[in-house]
Write a protein that binds this ligand. Structure first.
Ligand code: NDP
Ligand code: MG
Ligand code: MG
Length: 331
């Protein structure tokens, strides 16, 4: 079993006396910034003018352009969208770093694929909470946390691991446990998980199920409930107690059907396709496609988004959710 770091393992107060800049104030940015501030750290925000900037000011932070925030800080956490990081790094961050500073990330994409290449005189680390930002903040406020991964890519000062662990403690993650990884492992597994299972796999499984029922003549509203709405109940059970708890809770009919029909849908061929997806991640082919599309103004991304938004399941779901105000209550 891999080593798990908890509060008591963070013996060096490596962020004490350091000025921290969080670059970006979105999902992850607001959570890192607010949690670290509540932990007594000196946090400023680096951001462009706009909605997030206004929000950061409302939340009581000192807000600066990215270049100025970087200049003031000893530790700079980069939490803007992955595709924008290389440009912002080159223009505003790199010119304002000093030897002995640290830069940090919430996902390893740009360091791992080499679109950001820091000079050898700075520390480079990652702290990646394993949950969306609002959860990172909400759990922290409750006195708990979501677990996180950390990694050190470059240790110029000899103190990079201590700083990374102090950061993980600052966002709360050592309350529940922090695992050490590498930029390579975090990047490749994170991309694979979201593409093959969590996002790409799940959306397309749900859509295929919906289409199968509708094409067979069943009402789209009924199909929506059966393949999308109820998914949450099933996933919650797996989240709480694995496949076993879920299978214990469902009917024997459903459990038996799981065993006999699941493998007919997710055939060995599906795993071969997953391996293809993993290969494209490992070779950098996916990163190149994403980065090239960004540089061209995201034509492919915008086309795909529009196509997906037009799927019948979305219109049906929007109507049905009006009957169910509770689905958006516990946010
Ligand atoms: P968001 O899209 O939620 O937020 C991005 C922030 O960056 C916004 O505040 C945005 O401000 C700002 N921003 C965008 N472009 C620029 C720019 N050119 N200059 C300055 N500021 C800019 O991002 P996420 O929090 O989702 O992602 C941040 C990082 O965290 C990524 O590396 C991601 O992979 C990682 N991550 C995200 C997770 C998540 O749950 N979302 C989970 C784990 C890791 P504005 O309002 O002006 O657009
Ligand atoms: Mg991700
Ligand atoms: Mg049913």
């Amino acid at each position: 079993m891999t080593k798990v770091y908890y509060d008591q393992d963070v013996t060096v107060k490596a962020l004490e006396g350091k000025k921290i800049a969080v670059i970006g104030y979105g999902s992850q940015g607001h959570a890192h910034a607010q949690n670290l501030r509540d932990n007594g750290n000196d946090v400023i925000i680096g951001i462009r003018a706009g909605k997030s900037s206004d929000k950061a000011k409302e939340d009581g932070f000192e807000v600066f352009p990215v270049a100025e925030a970087t200049k003031q800080a000893d530790v700079v956490m980069i939490l803007i969208p992955d595709e924008q990081q290389a440009d912002v790094y080159a223009a505003d961050i790199a010119p304002n770093l000093e030897a002995g500073n640290a830069i940090a990330f919430g996902h390893g994409f740009n360091i791992h694929f080499g679109t950001i290449q820091p000079t050898a005189d700075i520390d480079v680390f990652m702290v990646a909470p394993k949950g969306p930002g609002h959860m990172v903040r909400r759990q922290f406020v409750k006195g708990s946390a979501v677990p996180a991964l950390f990694a050190v890519k470059q240790d110029a000062t000899g103190n990079a691991k201590n700083i990374a662990l102090a950061w993980a403690q600052g966002v709360g993650a050592t309350r529940v446990g922090v695992l050490e990884t590498t930029f390579k492992e975090e990047t490749e597994t994170d991309l694979f998980g979201e593409q093959a299972v969590l996002c790409g796999g799940t959306t397309h499984l749900v859509q295929a199920g919906f289409e199968t029922l509708v094409e067979a003549g069943y009402q789209p509203e009924i199909a929506y409930f059966e393949v999308l709405h109820e998914l949450k109940l099933i996933v919650d059970l797996m989240y709480e107690g694995g496949m076993e708890k879920m299978r214990y809770s469902i009917s024997n009919t459903a459990e038996y059907g799981d065993y006999v029909s699941g493998p007919r849908v997710i055939t060995p061929d599906v795993k071969d396709r997953m391996k293809d997806v993993l290969t494209d991640i490992q070779t950098g082919a996916f990163a190149k496609r994403f980065t090239d599309d960004y540089k061209a103004g995201f034509p492919e991304f915008h086309k795909l988004r529009a196509e997906q938004q037009g799927h019948q399941i979305e219109a049906v779901g929007a109507e049905l959710r009006k009957m169910m105000p509770f689905v958006n209550e516990e946010k």
